[in-house]
Write a protein that binds this ligand. Sequence first.
Ligand code: BV8
Length: 252
Amino acid sequence: MTALTISPDLATTLRNARRVAALTGAGISAESGVPTFRDAQTGLWAQYRPEELATPEAFQRHPQLVWDWYAWRRNLVAKAEPNAGHRALVELEQRVPAFTLITQNVDGLHRRAGSRRVLELHGNLFRTRCFAEGIVVDNWANTGGVPPRCPHCGAWLRPDVVWFGEMLPEAVLREAEEATVRCDVFFSIGTSTLVYPAAELPFAALRGGATVVEINPQPTPLSQQAHYSLRGAAGEVLPTLLAAVWGRGGAD
Ligand code: BV8
C-alpha cells in the first residue's frame, strides 16, 4: 500500500470530534471476500446484475432464483470474517463520545466485528420475513419447497432486506438522518454513492457543516465535495487513520 499520510488537520479534527457518523457500503466487506455490487457476479450468478435480482418484481417472477441468490450470499457471508476495516470502526466507536454506524450492507459483519450501534438501512440477509404479512419469521417447516412458506399464512418467505423500489425502514432512516446532520465528522466508506436515499447522507452531512471524509480506492460522486478523500482500501486506511489520531500499532 502506498504510504498514506494523514493530514494533521484531519487528525486534530477527529481527536476533538464529539459526534462522529459513518456510512458504509459493500466496499468495507470486500476485504472479507464478500463481492461488492460493482464486482462482476461470479459463477452461476455471473449472468445476472444485482439490480435485476434485488427487486420485488424479480422475486414475484422468479421466486426460487431470487431465494437461491440470497441463500448463496448467506452461505458466503457466513464463511467470511470481519476485516481490519470493520474492527477499526469498533475501536472508533469506543474512542469518540457519540458514534453512529450507518450501513447499506446486509451482511451483518459490523455487528459480528463488535460494533454496538449499527443502523441497517437496507435490512439484514440473515433475517427472513413473510412476503404477504411483512412479519419476521424465525423458523418454518422445511418441506423442501423453495422459497419456503410462511407458517402463519402460507405465503412465500423472503429475505428481510430492502429491494430496489421499496421504502427503507422509516425509523432507521430518520435516526440515520438525525445522526448525519448533527455530527462533527462524517465518514463515507466503501460506497459508490449511487443508490438513494442512502447516497444523500454524505451530502446532508456537508450541508449540516460536518467535516466529510471519504475512504474509497476509486473516486465517487462525493469525492469532489468531501473535505478529505482518502484513496485506499478501508482495511488499510482506517487503521492508519486511528494510529495517526490515537497512536496505536497501525493495521491490526
Ligand atoms: C427507494 C439491499 C423510494 C439488497 C440494496 C427508479 C425506480 C425505482 C427506484 C428508483 C428509480 N430511480 C432511482 C430510484 C431509487 C433507487 C436508486 O437509488 N436506484 C439507483 C440504482 C439509481 N433506490 C431505491 O429503490 C431505494 N428505495 O428509493 O424507495 C421509492 C420507491 C418507489 C419508487 C421510487 C422511489 C432502495 C434502495 C436499496 C436497494 N437495496 N441492498 C441486497 O443487498 O440484496 S442496494 C445495494 O447497492 C447496497 O445496499 C448499496 O446501497 C447499493 C450500492 O452498493 P454499494 O454498497 O455502494 O457497493 P458498490 O458495489 O456499489 O460499490 C462498492 C464501492 O466500494 C465502490 O465505490 C468501490 O470502489 C469501493 N471499494 C471496493 N473495495 C474497497 C472499497 N472501498 C473501501 N475499501 C475497499 N477495500
